[in-house]
Design a protein. Sequence first.
Length: 56
Amino acid sequence: MGWTSTRDPYANVGDAGFSFDSEEAAKAFAERHGWEYVVRKRHTPLLKVKSYADNF
């Protein structure tokens, strides 16, 4: 089994690659390095409380 490569060294990092305290800090970091960027807000899933009996 071999390995594959891409032109982007950060392609395997995915969504969990970088984490910042604020949107401004993320933008400043990307601009400082000359990178194109997309800022994604952290998504917290909504959990519905269910009882065991709901399975039947």
